[in-house]
Design a protein. Sequence first.
Length: 78
Amino acid sequence: MSDTSSRVETLSDRHPDAEQVGPHLVIDKAEWVPGKHPDSHRQHENQTEYLERYLRCIQCGVEVLRERDFPDNCEGEP
């Protein structure tokens, strides 16, 4: 087994919900962001923060909003 395969298996063990997206091993993330939601239909009066959902590669650390936004290559662990 190669080092890369071993690393992916180890990361998969730590993140059982991770999915392979091209060369990336991806998990769903969310965090509270201050301010009103950027989409006007999701804003409400007196809103001070909103939940931002994004995807993160646990191998290279790249964070994107959509799967198609990941780069074609993965540079490994950050």
